[in-house]
Design a protein around this ligand. Structure first.
Ligand code: AMP
Length: 289
């Protein structure tokens, strides 16, 4: 695996690969990699000739009181993991390399950015859409891989790619969890030993929401309130939101039907954790998407 820190060098390298007819897969990340990220790399490895993973903690997607400065970083470990999973290129640009000038051009998908996490993190998805657009133009991949863990992010990117005709196939990869259900996340490192068992409450609440759907409940507010109750009852956990929405609009429909996302965000100590289930809700049952 080679490490590249500069855009011009990456472009030169990938131009040659492309000329040779190679298929390129991109896995965008913020680093501090774990098995969740590796599921994306493994999927990319299977489908493409060249796998590029980017590691870039993107200041544009952090709010002023968020954890940009303290976000965990360990490029050496990231490189080892990526190499072990057959990644070809680690692209790790500096902030100055990505943003040599103030960004006066920004990409926004407002219709999918104000719900769920967008309420607590205004501007977050604009930062995500902007950096992902830049990465898409820099790498020009055939396919790009995103985790279902960030369900709203996948929805925003898919719509951006469709609306702006990026010639890129977006592949969503299922959530990788710890044995007790906690979704793997770089931010889990913020959890203390005492907080860690309580962090499973997001998963438990989602299971509860799903069980209500399985019993025939179709009201989004009933499912959402029931999940919220589970989270709020957990010691040391503060609910941000619990919602049951249509996967297409990210809004609560009158009745839940078809592709649906149960989504939760909560603070466990200083960690803001998110999790979701994506389900196909039918009259004859509920299927995981
Ligand atoms: P991040 O470094 O947190 O920005 O994540 C980079 C990519 O990895 C995003 O597309 C995430 O959705 C994905 N990802 C992070 N954690 C997981 C996980 N536990 N399972 C699957 N994908 C994940």
């Amino acid at each position: 695996m080679i490490q590249i820190h500069h855009i011009h060098e990456l472009r030169k390298h990938l131009n040659e690969e492309r000329r040779a007819g190679k298929r390129i897969g991109l896995v965008p990340t913020m680093g501090y990699l774990h098995e969740g990220h590796m599921a994306l790399v493994d999927a990319a490895r299977k489908d493409n000739d060249v796998v590029v993973a980017s590691v870039f903690v993107n200041p544009l997607q952090f709010g002023p009181n968020e954890d940009f400065a303290n976000y965990p970083r360990d490029l050496q470990h990231d490189a080892e993991l990526l190499a072990a999973h057959g990644c070809d290129i680690l692209f790790a640009p500096s902030v100055e390399e990505m943003y040599p000038k103030p960004m006066v051009t920004q990409v926004e998908v407002p219709a999918l950015s104000t719900q769920l996490c967008g309420k607590t993190r205004p501007g977050h998805f604009r930062g995500v859409a902007t950096v992902v657009s830049k990465l898409f133009h820099i790498v020009q991949p055939d396919r790009a891989y995103f985790g279902q863990k960030d369900g709203q992010q996948v929805a925003v990117i898919r719509r951006m790619v469709e609306d702006l005709n990026f010639p890129i196939q977006i592949v969503a990869v299922p959530i990788v969890r710890e044995a007790d259900g906690l979704a793997k996340s770089s931010r889990n490192v913020y959890l203390t030993q005492e907080e860690r068992p309580h962090a499973t409450v997001l998963y438990r609440a989602l299971q509860h929401g799903k069980s209500l759907l399985e019993k025939g409940e179709r009201s989004p507010s009933v499912v959402a309130s029931a999940m919220a109750e589970v989270v709020s009852a957990e010691p040391g956990v503060r609910l941000d939101y619990a919602e049951a929405v249509s996967l297409d609009t990210l809004e609560a429909p009158e009745r839940l039907s078809g592709p649906t996302m149960l989504a939760i965000a909560a603070y466990v100590g200083k960690a803001r954790l998110i999790d979701n289930f994506q389900l196909d809700v039918r009259s004859d049952g509920v299927r995981t998407l």
